[in-house]
Design a protein around this ligand. Structure first.
Ligand SMILES: C[N+](C)(C)CCCC[C@H](N)C(=O)O
Length: 314
C-alpha cells in the first residue's frame, strides 16, 4: 500500500508550526516550510469563520453573521474567534492523512492505477465517489473526538478568565477531554459521531468528484493540472461538499452540545425533527454562507499542497 498519499495528506494539512520535515526530500527544505506554513495559515485563517458558524448553528442568541462577529469581538476580543483551534491544528494532519491516504489507496484497489498513472488513465467518477466515501467514513472516527472538543470550546462565550469573573467550564482542550470523559464516559467523546459520519461519508465523495471533474475540464488529456486549476478546483470542491454537508453539520453541532446541561434530544432523528419544528427548515442552512466562504481558501490550499507534494515525489 503506497504510503506517500498518507504522508502527503499529513503534510498538506496544517502542521503545528515548528515541526520539521525530513530534509532529504527532493524539494529544498525552504519549500516544505512554505507548504507547511500555507497549510497552517489556511486553517488558522479559516478557524474564525468556523467559530462563527458553530455559534450560529447552536446558539439562538445571534441575529446573524454580523451580530455574532460583533458580539464575539466585543465580549471576548479577537481571541474569541480562535477558541478551540489547537486540537484541529494538531489533529487535522491525522484526519487529512487518513482522508487522502484512504481515498488514493481505495482508488488503487478499484482501478489498479497509482496517483501518477491516473493522470493518463483517469478513473471513473463512480470510482472516485466510492473512494471518497470510503475516506470520508474512516476519517470521521478519527475526527469525532477532536471535533467535539473544538465545538465545546468554541461555544464558550465567556471572556478570557479575569479576576472575579466566573471561569469557563473548560480550561482548555485537554481539560475539556478529561471533563467529558469523566462526566459522560468514554462514549461521551464520540457524541455526535453518527451525525459526523453521515455528514462526511457522502460529502467527501462529492468533494473528490467535484475536484476531479473541475481539474479535467481545465486540463488537456494526459497533462497534470496547473497550480491555478488545482487551487480553483480545490476551492470549489470545498464549497460544493460543504453546501451539501451543512444540514447534517447543524445537527452534528447540536448533538455535540447536547448533554452539556441536560439531554435535549433522544437521538439524531429527534434532533432533526425538533429543530425543524421549532425553527423551520431554514435551520438546516445555518452557517451555509460562512461555511462556503471558509471552504474555498482552506481547501484550495489543502489540494495545492497535496498535489505539489505528490508531484515532487514524481
Ligand atoms: C466533507 N466535508 C464537507 C465536511 C469536509 C470536506 C473538506 C474538509 C476540509 N479539511 C475543510 O475543513 O474544509
Amino acid at each position: 500500500m503506497p504510503v506517500e498519499e498518507f504522508v502527503a495528506g499529513w503534510i498538506s494539512a496544517p502542521l503545528p508550526s515548528g515541526q520539521t520535515v525530513p530534509s532529504d526530500w527532493r524539494e529544498g527544505p525552504h519549500s516544505w516550510h512554505l507548504l507547511v506554513a500555507t497549510g497552517a495559515l489556511g486553517l488558522a485563517l479559516g478557524h474564525p469563520f468556523d467559530t462563527v458558524k458553530v455559534r450560529l448553528q447552536t446558539q439562538s442568541t445571534y441575529r446573524g453573521i454580523v451580530d455574532c462577529i460583533v458580539k464575539t469581538y466585543r465580549h471576548e476580543s479577537i481571541l474569541g474567534f480562535f477558541k478551540g483551534m489547537s486540537f484541529p491544528l494538531a489533529s487535522i494532519a491525522v484526519v487529512n492523512s487518513v482522508l487522502f491516504g484512504v481515498y488514493s489507496n481505495a482508488l488503487l484497489v478499484l482501478t489498479a492505477t497509482s496517483h501518477q498513472e491516473r493522470r493518463v488513465q483517469p478513473p471513473s467518477y463512480t470510482h472516485v465517489f466510492i473512494a471518497g466515501c470510503t475516506g470520508g467514513f474512516l476519517q470521521a472516527y478519527c475526527l469525532a473526538p477532536c471535533d467535539l472538543i473544538k465545538v465545546r470550546l468554541q461555544n464558550q462565550t465567556e471572556p478570557r478568565a479575569q479576576p472575579g469573573s466566573r471561569p469557563p467550564r473548560y480550561q482548555g482542550p485537554v481539560h475539556c477531554a478529561a471533563s467529558i470523559f469523566r462526566e459522560e464516559g468514554p462514549r461521551g467523546l464520540f457524541r455526535g459521531a453518527w451525525a459526523l459520519t453521515l455528514r462526511d461519508t457522502p460529502t467527501v465523495g462529492i468533494y473528490f468528484v467535484t475536484y476531479e471533474w473541475l481539474c479535467r475540464q481545465f486540463t488537456p488529456d494526459g497533462r497534470t493540472p496547473s497550480s491555478a486549476t488545482v487551487l480553483v478546483a480545490g476551492g470549489f470542491a470545498g464549497i460544493a461538499s460543504w453546501v451539501v454537508a451543512t444540514p447534517l453539520d447543524v445537527i452534528k453541532s447540536r448533538m455535540q452540545m447536547d448533554g452539556l446541561k441536560r439531554s435535549e434530544y433522544r437521538g439524531l432523528l429527534d434532533c432533526m425533527v425538533t429543530s425543524a419544528r421549532r425553527e423551520g427548515l431554514g435551520v438546516f442552512f445555518r452557517g451555509l454562507t460562512i461555511n462556503s466562504a471558509r471552504a474555498f481558501p482552506v481547501n484550495a490550499v489543502t489540494f495545492l499542497s497535496y498535489e505539489y507534494l505528490l508531484r515532487s515525489w514524481g
